[in-house]
Design a protein around this ligand. Structure first.
Ligand SMILES: [Fe+2]
Length: 185
């Protein structure tokens, strides 16, 4: 299940909201215009599943999402526990940035935390298998996969060039608590 922490942008110590309650969480995200849906993360993927195997296993929800939301293409990010260069991979997404299209991610394994910086607040959304999150185009955000990355996410795109990250140059992410991962996830 997803988990939400809401901070004022200038106070990374005392959150306004901490909740794992689906209804409360959904209310906060809906007010902020952030799409989060619960999908079913099945079947369990074999350890050696490659991109084609992941796309095939999730063909039905992928097709539905493409039809409903107009996504033109998909790909897969898979990071099994023990991935080499984990620290470098983690660092790559930690700086605040924006994209010109929505950043839609369907988590089918593991977890990670999105931080969305909007309306004077930081919404920290921990996503786990089954969660589909879409960061609206132009929204300042960063992503923390934690010190021991473990995730598989299907990424959806509406434009071939839309997912180029543009740094905001704001060091805000360094002030906020990182994601430490979920034990036994
Ligand atoms: Fe991003």
């Amino acid at each position: 299940m997803p988990h939400l922490t809401v901070y004022r942008e200038h106070d990374a110590v005392r959150p306004e909201v901490i909740t794992g309650d689906p209804a409360v969480l959904a209310g906060h995200l809906a007010m902020a215009g952030i799409l989060l849906e619960r999908w079913t993360a099945e079947p369990v993927l074999p350890a050696d599943a490659d991109t084609a195997a992941v796309l095939s296993a999730y063909a039905a929800p992928i097709q539905r999402l493409q039809r409903v939301r107009g996504y033109q293409s998909v790909d897969v990010v898979r990071m099994p526990r023990g991935t080499p260069d984990a620290a470098a991979l983690r660092a790559k997404f930690l700086d605040e940035h924006t994209h010109t299209e929505d950043e839609a991610r369907f988590f089918v394994e593991g977890s990670g935390a999105f931080y969305l910086h909007m309306d004077g607040r930081v919404f920290r959304v921990v996503c786990e298998a089954g969660d589909l999150l879409s960061v609206p185009a132009g929204t300042r955000h960063w992503f923390d996969m934690g010190p021991e990355p473990h995730l598989t996410a299907i990424r959806f795109f509406t434009r071939p060039d839309g997912w180029v990250a543009e740094s905001t140059g704001d060091p805000i992410s360094a002030r906020f608590p990182g994601y430490e991962g979920v034990v036994n996830a």
